[in-house]
Design a protein around this ligand. Structure first.
Ligand code: AMP
Length: 236
């Protein structure tokens, strides 16, 4: 059966890093809606032109636009073994749309179409105060694309990417004012989503403030346990 993972958590919780690791470990594609949208802005596609101002402001793009984008992505054949979703989902409308999308995928069903599809939802939890500091130090290499954290005293003008020597840049939406808006948006929407998934058998929350390797180990522990459950019978 397909291994469908959804990582939720505030911006800056480290879920993007973890999603990449989980995709590599379990051999399933990592789909970041934020990465797809940023790439379309960078490449000035029609989608990019439509969403550029919203991304820069820290607000969310519409449920309709994002669910269409994810539905299209999930129609590609590389997701037959499963997928790691990062950044999707952020609203209850998106949560319901995802249930419908997965129910329509035969590889994701745990039983008859009337049963909700198999989905593992993992919350990477970090308090707001820690996030503003974290994101102010977050940089992305303009050359190799690796996301990393710089030290307080590093000089972004001169310190190159330690992996490839490229220039390190701050994401426009990591500016402190925008971060606070993104956190406020997250806080207003997260609660009902967490409540929805907490009531399902394949939900776990991990402390995102620990070392990234410990967070990965905790996430994998939950995933492997849930996969054991899946092997022993249908569920949600
Ligand atoms: P992220 O990299 O996940 O923080 O996403 C960056 C930006 O992309 C967000 O601030 C939103 O403007 C937009 N975005 C990404 N995923 C979604 C989503 N599921 N729903 C609405 N907007 C999204």
């Amino acid at each position: 059966m397909a291994l469908n993972l959804v990582l939720i958590g505030p911006p800056g919780s480290g879920k993007g890093t973890q999603a990449v690791r989980l995709g590599a470990k379990y051999g399933i594609p990592h789909i970041s809606t934020g990465d797809i949208l940023r790439a379309s802005v960078r490449d000035r596609t029609p989608l990019g032109q439509q969403v550029a101002a919203t991304l820069a402001s820290g607000a969310l793009v519409s449920d309709e636009l994002i669910t269409d984008l994810v539905r299209e992505r999930l129609a590609r054949p590389d997701v037959s073994a499963g997928v790691v979703l990062d950044g999707f989902l952020r609203t209850l409308v998106q949560a319901r749309a995802l249930d419908e999308m997965l129910a329509a995928m035969p590889s994701s069903r745990t039983g008859p179409p009337s049963l909700p599809p198999s989905l593992i939802v993992l919350l990477v939890d970090v308090a707001d105060e820690a996030i503003v500091g974290r994101l102010s130090r977050r940089r992305v290499c303009a050359s190799c694309g690796i996301t990393q954290s710089v030290s307080e005293d590093s000089d972004p003008q001169t310190d190159p990417c330690p992996y490839c020597g490229g220039a390190l840049v701050r994401r426009e939406d990591d500016e402190p004012g925008t971060v606070r808006r993104r956190l406020a948006t997250y806080a207003s929407l997260a609660e009902p989503i967490t409540t929805l998934y907490r009531a399902r058998p394949r939900f776990a929350s991990v402390d995102g403030l620990r070392h990234p390797d410990e967070v990965t180990a905790a996430l994998c522990g939950h995933i492997d346990q849930f996969r054991g459950l899946a092997a022993s019978g249908p569920g949600r």
